[in-house]
Design a protein around this ligand. Structure first.
Ligand code: ASP
Length: 342
């Protein structure tokens, strides 16, 4: 019988309304499972662990990702798959972070949550939870996991975790994976898009637990000033900047702007160019407004999401590698987070 471990971190799925304040706050795991009696009807062994204090995922932090990765590491050989219950707000960040931290994965790690608490009659949480468990335990004829990667299941779709973003705070259909096909669709049957699902690694799982959050996102907008750009680039201790750029990776061509970036790079800062567009990619050199970036050594994020870029940087900086190596790895596809075009 398949064994699945359910890890409850918090999020709307398990929340209840505070009687006095009327706000939604995380509740304990017993409450959640009581709402889903269907869990006992699965033909699999389902065990669970819960964070002592479940959190709203807006309180998510790299230290919690380390805790999560440790739970998966400790239980890796005992279970066939993992389902992580998580708030939807930062789920795409957690899925991205776990994809980098869990190297050589050969078992499913499926994150899910909901837009409405599981105790509410119209909840989307039940379907999300039940199908996520089914996907985490799905195997092929050879007995190998069908989805040996970190993925997000939400509202009938399964996405590669490090390709997702939360784009809707209102609809049940809250996630998108604009630059990568869905991994599976759940209707009457669950149809797996096997060509897009990553292959299981034959190597031993290696869990990376050092993350370095000395990074900043510089979000460009027309009219961004010299004093703000200068202040961001000279924050003490930062090691890397995500340059959240326009269109195909474009930025102002003002001399002061390019000079500030160049000085920062010369000082050792790693600048990673990630587009504000949800679809498409950074192509440095396509426009005049990005050719200078290429020349001064800004690294192209290709079609990476902001969520994956931030966590990839935390992961790589945490490895304490030489800057040249980090830059090289940023340009490479490590866990299916970018598509490189030749
Ligand atoms: N604020 C909630 C959270 O991210 C929203 C959700 O779960 O959907 O924890």
């Amino acid at each position: 019988m398949n064994k699945i471990l359910l890890i409850y971190t918090g999020g709307t799925i398990g929340m209840m309304q505070d009687a006095k304040l009327g706000t939604l706050r995380p509740f304990n795991f017993k409450h959640l499972t009581k709402q889903v009696p269907e869990l006992s009807r699965f033909n699999l062994e389902l065990h669970s662990v819960s964070f002592k204090k479940p959190i709203d995922s807006s309180n998510m932090h790299p230290r919690v990702w380390i805790e999560l990765a440790e739970i998966i590491e400790t239980n890796y050989n005992t279970y066939d798959g993992f389902v992580v219950l998580h708030g939807s707000d930062t789920m795409a960040y957690t899925a991205s972070a776990l994809s980098f931290m869990l190297e050589n994965l050969s078992k499913p790690v499926i994150l899910t949550g909901s837009q409405l608490p599981i105790g509410i009659i119209r909840t989307d949480g039940k379907e999300n939870l039940i199908t996520a468990i089914e996907i985490a335990s799905a195997k092929n004829k050879e007995g190998k996991a069908l989805v040996p990667e970190v993925a997000i299941y939400f509202e009938y779709e399964l996405f590669r975790g490090n390709r997702t973003l939360k784009y809707n705070s209102e609809h049940f259909d809250a996630f998108q994976s604009p630059n990568y096909p869905v991994l599976a669709e759940a209707g009457v049957q669950i149809i797996y898009n096997n060509n897009s699902i990553g292959k299981a690694s034959a190597k031993k799982l290696s869990v990376h637990k050092n993350l370095d959050n000395d990074i900043v996102v510089l979000n460009l907008f027309p009219g961004i000033s010299k004093k703000i750009t200068e202040a961001v680039l000279s924050i003490s201790g930062i090691k890397s900047v995500v340059l959240h750029s326009f269109g195909a990776g474009n930025a102002p061509t003002d001399d002061w702007f390019i000079n500030l970036l160049k000085q920062a790079i010369d000082k050792g800062l790693i600048i990673y160019n990630v587009t504000q567009c949800l679809e498409g990619r950074v192509i440095q050199g396509k426009y005049e407004t990005s050719s200078q970036l290429q020349k001064i050594g800004v690294i192209s994020g290709e079609d990476i999401t902001l969520e994956a870029a931030v966590t990839k940087l935390m992961f790589l900086l945490g490895q304490k590698l030489p800057s040249s190596k980090i830059k090289n790895l940023l340009s490479q596809n490590l866990r299916g987070e970018i598509t490189l075009v030749k």
